[in-house]
Design a protein around this ligand. Structure first.
Ligand code: SGN
Ligand code: CA
Length: 532
């Protein structure tokens, strides 16, 4: 048996399940544990995941841009992972990796556009539910099939809408709810914690926000924020992509691809486009008061913008500032709502017995390389924020520097619940790190594979390996290009040194590492390694 939580060793209610067995186990003994202390209870899990929220826009990671006091509370009372990464930087795939503990090729959900998640496959919520946990998910699911393994779920269809959104209910009905989505997902989550669950049982709740996803529609209450702030332009904003063909051929550039109306709300009557129509669909969901507040805020900005008739770099930098402001406003609502969840847990004496996790489905470009969006294995979108507030008994605080990946979450939650980690999960439990251990044999390289091409933003298919000092990437499909970065000398990945004299040995080592990981994870998509 693998490591078990010490409390669970004293508590017979949770029975470890084997890798493939679906053993219906009930926490029968829980009803008779009235006099049991909190310490005897299995740990709860509150997993909050946002969409496209990048560490640059969290003050516990980066103080350059905005303040996120509630997220910072989680990090201050717990741990901050400084080397946290995803396996595939895209929503659906990232979620599937997180739920299954497996890389995309192994869980079958490789991209957002062609895949339907086989929700009958083993996932950590299903294992926890079978072991007697109360499980719930609210918000963005984005896996096409309906959730399984949850006692309670209410999800938004696809990407969901910021304003007056639809929710798909467990009954199969779709119901429109009035309000701003980040508030509503939190309301539903708190409501379930308060009234929906069986308080005698441990719980695992997944709070999955749409925020901070494009097209960054702020809550009307937050529209005025950040308007007087000028954000520093990343020094590689005007990247020319020299030596990086895939980077040159993407369609996620703030200058050329970010739409003035759809993304930046600079609506005008004399223009029409599919993106404008889409924007009108979104703001068309607002009620008259929401719409009046929206127009009152944007109308003067729109007038000033078109009057100024900006061109060239002035226009580019104006777009960047508006993008940053819109994004920052959506973060504000998210941060407030994370605060509501923390307050609830505190007021109900749940913090000591609950692991609180905050992460995103991937990182995002805030103008680095001139971009928005994600997908690339370059640092900003390969990384994802990961902070945790730890339950009583876990004394670890501060930074955890080991390389971790979103396939590690499922094994971690299995162990938190006192269950064995199924042999076919490819991630590694983070529990030893949370306990303050620094295992000698911790992995020192990570594997990444992005599959969605051709598709929106046109980021080419690629896989790669990073050991945090060097990163090797292979772009394939309608391209065959290798890239190598020295992350110490070139942390912004501007200088592809693949094939440069003097890099032969490190290329060989990284290629071997790539081969080793592709074999270990049994990824069927491999190509000839130019150096053996
Ligand atoms: C939508 C967005 C894209 C984004 C994908 C994937 N376009 O298609 O900009 O890359 O989602 O994002 S939008 O016009 O619909 O906003 S993901 O996070 O869901 O994977
Ligand atoms: Ca996302």
């Amino acid at each position: 048996m693998r490591t078990m939580h010490k409390n669970l060793l004293r508590h017979s209610a949770i029975i470890p399940v084997a890798a493939t067995a679906a053993i219906p186990v009930t926490l029968a003994s829980c009803s008779s544990t009235k006099e049991a202390t909190d310490e005897d209870k299995p740990l709860n899990i509150v997993y909050i995941m946002t969409d496209d929220h990048t560490a640059q826009m969290m003050s516990c990671y980066d103080t350059r841009f905005i303040e996120t006091p509630n997220l910072d509370r989680i990090a201050a009372d717990g741990v901050r992972f400084t080397n946290s990464f995803v396996a595939n930087s895209l929503s659906g795939p990232s979620r599937a990796c997180m739920l299954t503990g497996k890389h995309s090729h192994a869980n079958g959900f490789t991209d957002n556009t062609t895949c339907v998640f086989d929700a009958s496959q083993p996932t950590f919520p299903r294992y926890l539910q079978e072991a007697g946990y109360q499980t719930a998910i609210f918000g963005k699911w984005h896996l096409e099939s309906l959730p399984q393994g949850f006692d309670k779920w209410e999800i938004v269809p696809g990407q969901g809408d910021y304003y007056n959104p639809d929710f798909i209910m467990q009954t199969g009905d779709t119901v429109q709810v009035h309000g701003y989505l980040t508030d509503l997902i939190t309301d539903k989550s708190l409501d379930w914690l308060d009234k929906g669950r069986d308080p005698e049982k441990p719980f695992c709740i997944l709070i999955h926000h749409k925020a901070i996803h494009r097209d960054w529609l702020a809550d009307t209450a937050d529209l005025q924020l950040y308007e007087d702030r000028t954000f520093a332009l990343p020094d590689n904003f005007y990247d020319n992509y020299e030596g990086r063909q895939a980077a040159a051929e993407q369609e996620m550039s703030i200058i050329k691809d970010m739409d003035l109306i759809y993304d930046l709300k600079m609506d005008r009557a004399d223009k029409n486009s599919a993106l404008k129509q889409q924007y009108h669909k979104y703001i068309g969901r607002m009620d008259s008061a929401q719409r009046a507040a929206w127009d009152a805020f944007y109308d003067p900005i729109i007038k000033d913008f078109y009057d100024a008739d900006l061109k060239g770099n002035e226009l580019a930098e104006w777009k960047y500032q508006r993008y940053m402001r819109d994004y920052a406003k959506a973060v504000k609502s998210l941060d407030d709502n994370v605060g509501r969840v923390l307050d609830y847990l505190e007021q109900h004496d749940l913090l000591d017995n609950t692991l609180v996790v905050y992460t995103s489905d991937q990182g995002f470009y805030m103008g680095e390389h001139g971009w928005f969006d994600k997908r690339f294995m370059y640092e900003e979108s390969f990384r994802t924020p990961l902070i945790m507030r730890l339950p009583k008994g876990y004394e670890r605080r501060g930074d955890i520097q080991q390389m971790v990946q979103n396939i590690d979450y499922a094994p971690t939650f299995m162990e938190i619940a006192g269950l064995d980690v199924p042999a076919d999960m490819q991630g590694v439990s983070l529990l030893p790190l949370l306990k303050g251990e620094n295992p000698d044999d911790w992995r020192n390289a990570l594997y990444y594979h992005f599959h969605e091409y051709p598709a929106e933003h046109m980021v080419k298919r690629h896989y790669g390996v990073s050991n945090n000092r060097y990163k090797l990437i292979h772009f394939y499909n309608d391209i065959d290009k290798w890239e190598l970065y020295d992350l110490k000398e070139d942390p912004k990945e501007m200088n592809n040194i693949y094939g440069k004299p003097g890099t032969e040995e490190v290329t060989r080592q990284m290629m071997q590492e790539l081969k080793r990981l592709q074999e270990q994870y049994d990824d069927p998509i491999r190509h000839t390694y130019p150096i053996d």
